[in-house]
Write a protein that binds this ligand. Structure first.
Ligand code: TPP
Length: 543
């Protein structure tokens, strides 16, 4: 409350509420409809400006993922659903509790469709848990509180409140301070069945998904795997890595297509999926989702994922608690296991191969580094070369919409000042949220951006080959972009690497410096595989 104020306004009550809810960092991009709220921002708050709504919301998402706390966003009117929607969608799929507010035109002439009239509430609905424009000005703080509480219920996710610009000056009473529990436990009877199936299994496997991390279950996942001595796979196209990559039980990632994935798991008679969909597919390769005869279980915090699974029995509840319950109730298993044999790393070539780039990066980066990745055609190379064993080490595009990586990296770096965030990103992907470079500089976020500059949309060309579309497709090349100049224009130090021998020193220098840097690496064209698959998987034919 501002000192000397005789009555509380919606604006004063809202700032106080945000403080009480611990949301003191505001990510945003302002417009006229937000100014009555933002004026005289109280002490103790920090405003992080994104030059585009995709970047503002995307940085907030990265900050949420890194801090594991709810984050407040203030975007501009309908621009949030246009420019910011892809970041909101990412938050939806990553179950990230973001409380997103936007301005709306003045209520008193809304009916006349003024400039900046916003239909954001209707537009954003499929990708938020709740979207609302309060009926009355004095309901604004209570709506934000309700949104916050809902955002924090499992599965967590974004909520959206549109606020007419004349609401802020109205008088209002603060909503009561309340506590809501934030964990829902799985049905023990259903988990007993999983434990019994594991007890009678010959060769069980576990699949780790991103919800393991959402529910703070890294150590429980690991403990369960070691208790069972079971092979562990990462879910297809993972948005997070949720099992240590160098562990003796780790067997790599699953392929994102039905039959190839079922083949990968065919030797297991019981498969328990923890915190992932069944399954996330990319190419349509019909087949059994799982080999007939294999018992498939899913433990998920998402009723939606449980309902939409193509096979298996699903149990809804907190993944960390469920993993613990199963460990306590299933018998330990003993067998000799060995880690996947590491092949010799790829050698230096000209042009530099993405495999070599990631091999060198893996050698020089700190073991607690964080990767925010968006390099479509070289995902497979990254997956093979980068070995990170710490929780919270890897984040990637959750639903295929490019523009996630760069702002997420900046937000993660702001939330995790003691760890170094690296953003390997395709030269095409980079363009969807390029303004995040400026935010990294302005916020002293020492993120290392590694541009894989191949001059084209290699992943799409690869998909053309994979699915027999052919190469006669427009819009596949992106020549003539100088990433050095772009970075320098935003005030970021930048360096180009063309010779493979320069890679190691360039990366070492970037890690030694405590400032944001861009390294533009001229790489060989990718796309030889599509999400780790070649034609042997019988891809769809779109001729
Ligand atoms: C917002 C958005 N627009 C377009 C696409 C389609 N798309 C998928 S991969 C890709 C190419 C990205 O190019 P680049 O980052 O250079 O990576 P490369 O394919 O060369 O590895 C495009 C345009 C998308 N997924 N998201």
């Amino acid at each position: 409350m501002e000192s000397g104020a005789s009555v509380s306004t919606v604006r004063e009550v809202t700032w106080e509420l945000l403080r009480n809810l611990g949301m003191t960092t505001v990510f945003g991009n302002p417009g006229s409809t937000e100014l009555p709220f933002l004026r005289d921002m109280p002490a103790g708050f920090r405003y992080v400006l994104g030059l585009h709504e995709r970047v503002a919301a995307g940085m907030a998402l990265g900050y949420q993922l890194g801090s594991r706390k709810p984050v407040f966003i203030n975007l501009h009117s309908i621009a949030s659903t246009g420019n910011g929607l892809s970041a909101i969608q990412d938050a939806w799929y990553l179950h990230a509790p973001l409380v997103i507010t936007t301005g709306q035109q003045d209520r008193r002439h809304l009916l006349a469709e003024p400039f900046l009239a916003s239909r954001a509430v209707e537009t954003v609905k499929p990708y938020v848990k709740w979207a609302c424009e309060p009926q009355r000005a004095e309901d604004v703080p209570a709506a934000i509180a309700r949104g916050y509480y809902l955002a924090m219920q499992p599965p967590r996710g974004p909520v959206f409140i549109s606020i007419p610009m004349d609401d802020w000056t109205h008088e209002c009473a603060p909503p009561p301070a309340r506590k809501l529990s934030e964990t829902m436990l799985a049905d023990p009877g259903a988990l007993d069945e999983v434990a019994r199936a594991l007890d009678s299994s010959r060769n069980p496997a576990l699949v780790a998904g991103s919800q393991v991390e959402e529910d703070g279950g890294w150590h429980e996942m690991l403990a369960l795997a070691e208790h069972l001595n079971a092979d562990v796979y990462q879910d297809p196209i993972p948005s997070r890595w949720t099992f240590p990559r160098g562990h003796r039980l780790f067997r790599g990632g699953l392929l994102a297509a039905q039959q190839p994935l079922a083949n990968q798991l065919a030797k297991h008679d019981v498969v328990v999926v923890l915190g992932a969909r069944i399954f996330l597919y990319y190419a349509y390769v019909p087949g059994d989702p799982i080999r007939p005869g294999t018992k498939l279980y899913q433990i998920t915090n998402s009723p939606l994922d449980a309902a939409s699974a193509l096979a298996g029995d699903s149990i809804v509840g907190n993944v960390a608690q469920a993993a613990r319950y199963v460990r306590v109730h299933a018998r330990p298993r003993h067998r000799a296991t060995e880690a996947l044999t590491t092949r010799p790393g790829p050698g230096p070539e000209h042009p530099i191969t993405p495999g070599y780039l990631f091999h060198v990066l893996n050698k020089v980066m700190p073991r607690d580094a964080v990767i925010a990745e968006e390099c479509p055609s070289s995902k497979g190379d990254l997956d093979q070369q980068i070995v990170l064993d710490e929780p919270g080490s890897f984040y990637s595009v959750p639903n295929g919409v490019l523009g996630f990586g760069l702002p997420a990296a900046v937000g993660l770096q702001m939330a995790l000042p003691r760890r170094r965030v690296v953003c390997p990103i395709g030269d095409g992907s980079m363009q969807y949220s390029i303004q995040a470079l400026w935010s990294a500089v302005q916020n002293n976020a020492p993120v290392i951006v590694i541009v894989l500059r191949n001059g084209d949309y290699s992943a799409l060309k690869g998909f053309c080959d994979f699915t027999q579309v052919g190469r006669n497709v427009p819009g596949m090349d992106i020549p003539g972009i100088d990433y050095m100049k772009i970075a320098q224009g935003y005030g970021m130090l930048a360096q180009e690497v063309d010779n493979p021998n320069d890679l190691d020193p360039a990366l070492r220098a970037a890690f030694a410096a405590n400032e944001p840097r861009l390294i533009s690496v001229n790489v060989d064209k990718g796309g030889k595989k599509t999400m780790g698959m070649d034609k042997s998987v019988n891809p769809p034919d779109y001729r």
